[in-house]
Design a protein around this ligand. Structure first.
Ligand code: AMP
Ligand code: ZN
Ligand code: FE
Ligand code: FE
Length: 293
């Protein structure tokens, strides 16, 4: 299956595979290209770019930023931006710093619940990646307090659970503006998954009003094709994208063996990638040569 998987994670965030592995899996899936969209970091870009160049595959440099609006978590994918852009770099650094501070708070909560894990060990498990709940959960499993990560989430770390601490998040409109000002494009990730309950795969979805607000701020695309989107959601968000003149993207949200998904499970066709690329600030009209990355 040809096309581009515009949403994959590695060990540089909460995935379990290396950047090279994602490229290898993309080649195996017969894709034309693959993006890395680790949470709040671009650490995997260089290695994935080198591996892709060696395999004749296109590498699309990306990120997934955590935003929040009115208590609703909103994820924004960014592509082709300049990671050295001062304002964006400062915001990403803050996201990573705040994750560390939050991890310390979560560790303290576990201590109060009688489960002793060390922040140092959590940091080791993250191995330089921005610290996420899965890393804390792994430390809890190591400490023998639960059989597996799933149990840790069910008992303590799920949203609103006894050890849960919300994370710092940026305003989604600001995310769109930052990514665009840094020469990139912003894509709304999995709009159908917000407002998800404990049990359901898909959620009630992001209100159209919010999508319109992001579009007004310069949003370039919507991730319509996500494995967890209900077919009806794909139809309705595709309509929203058409109405607002936004590119329609697809990606697997691959997380290695943390989620039962594979690279290439959802893809973006070449035409949509071209439309997305043409939304880069300074890019010419659709069909013209893309800017060098
Ligand atoms: P964080 O960004 O630190 O809040 O962590 C979010 C990550 O935790 C998600 O990307 C998932 O990988 C993982 N996660 C969330 N809920 C669960 C769950 N119920 N079971 C296992 N992993 C989960
Ligand atoms: Zn993730
Ligand atoms: Fe996400
Ligand atoms: Fe993701």
């Amino acid at each position: 299956m040809a096309g581009f998987d515009l949403h994959t994670h590695t060990v540089f965030s909460d995935g379990t595979t290396s950047p090279e592995e994602n490229v290898r899996l993309a080649v195996g899936a017969g894709l034309d290209g693959v993006a890395l969209t680790d949470h709040d970091t671009v650490q995997g870009w260089e290695r994935a770019g080198a591996a892709a160049a060696a395999s004749g595959l296109e590498f699309i440099p990306g990120v997934e930023l955590s935003a929040e609006l009115e208590g609703l978590s909103v994820h924004l994918l960014g592509f082709w931006f300049d990671p050295a852009n001062a304002e964006l770099a400062a915001e990403m650094e803050r996201l990573v710093d705040e994750r560390r501070r939050r991890a310390a708070e979560i560790v303290a909560r576990f201590a109060r619940l009688g489960i002793d894990i060390s922040l140092d060990r959590v940091g080791e498990l993250a191995d330089g990646a921005p610290i996420g709940r899965p890393h804390v959960a792994a430390a809890v499993v190591e400490a023998g307090a639960a059989a597996d990560v799933g149990e840790v989430f069910d008992r303590w770390l799920r949203d609103g659970g006894p050890a849960y601490v919300p994370k710092y998040a940026v305003d989604p409109v600001r995310c769109v503006q930052l990514l665009t000002a840094a020469g990139g494009v912003a894509v709304l990730a999995h709009p159908g998954l917000y407002g998800r309950s404990e049990t359901a795969r898909a959620g009630t979805g992001l209100p159209t009003r919010v999508v319109e607000e992001l579009a007004a701020a310069g949003l370039a695309g919507i991730e319509v094709d996500h494995p967890d989107h209900h077919p009806d959601q794909r139809i309705s968000y595709r309509r929203v994208a058409e109405r607002l003149g936004l590119a329609v993207t697809g990606g697997s949200d691959f997380h290695g063996d943390r989620k039962d998904l594979h690279v290439g499970q959802a893809t973006t066709p070449e035409s949509a990638l071209t439309a997305l690329r043409s939304r880069r600030p300074g890019a010419g009209p659709v069909g013209s040569a893309p800017l060098a990355s």
